[in-house]
Write a protein that binds this ligand. Structure first.
Ligand code: DX5
Ligand code: ZN
Length: 221
């Protein structure tokens, strides 16, 4: 049985901070560096104040690594595009609790597409809505910055929320990843882990460093 104590740490580099002109090489470099998943941040310029990339780019990257694709949708509405992200080769698809009125249906749709559903909460969002969808998800993502941009500072205010979500997940007895995203490096990652996180997204800390292997190892240590 996987418990918080024995659940292996998952390191998920966010390619938002990678060199977009060399994305194939960048994902292959983090795979060689020991990363577990590739985190893909999809932004629509509407739900968040920035535009990144969509399902077409994810589909073209899919053949170039064996790592699972962890797709973080920062788009509203999300439902009309879920099938396209499933078709593009996403393994996990996460939607924001704030992105629409039918979170429960979005998560059901992702499962019906044969993918692992995740739910995301922004820093200002309480944990209570999660209680009513935990039975549907394989992942909860607690944002540790306001979504939209990389290279922001980790919000310490989210540590008690991570701990609260840890307790909620443990009470289910199910194997649900507790992911954190935003301002994560070795130091903040260690504090998030102490609070109960097991899956660390890191953009700038990895792609901004000269030695990806050293940072992935430091996040896992
Ligand atoms: C923010 C994104 C993050 C971002 C993290 O909206 O969801 O995944 O890329 O970047 P860093 O690690 O630089 O804070
Ligand atoms: Zn993200």
């Amino acid at each position: 049985m996987i418990t918080p104590a024995n659940r292996p740490i998952v390191v998920a580099p966010s390619i938002l901070a990678a060199d977009f002109s060399r994305l194939r090489e960048e994902i292959q470099a983090v795979e060689a560096a020991g990363a577990d998943w590739i985190h893909l941040d999809v932004m629509d310029g509407h739900f968040v104040p920035n535009i990144s990339f969509g399902s077409g780019m994810i589909k073209s990257l899919r053949p170039h690594t064996r790592l699972p694709f962890d797709v973080h949708l920062m788009i509203a509405p999300a439902d009309p595009y879920l099938a396209a992200f499933a078709d593009a080769g996403a393994d996990r698809i996460s939607v924001h609790a704030e992105a629409g009125p039918h979170l429960h249906r979005s998560l059901q749709t992702i499962r019906a597409l044969g993918k692992r559903p995740g739910v995301v909460v922004n820093p200002g969002t309480p944990v209570e809505p999660l209680a009513w969808v935990l039975d549907l998800v394989d992942l909860v993502l607690v944002m540790t910055v306001n979504p939209g941009f990389g290279a922001q500072s980790f919000l310490d205010s989210q540590l008690p929320k991570i701990a609260a979500v840890r307790r909620m997940i443990d009470a289910t007895g199910r194997d649900i990843a507790l992911e954190v995203d935003g301002g994560i490096g070795p130091e903040t990652g260690a504090r998030a882990r102490a609070a109960g996180a097991d899956t660390l997204v890191a953009g700038t800390a990895i792609f901004g460093a000269p030695d990806y292997t050293a940072v992935v190892a430091a996040l896992r240590a």
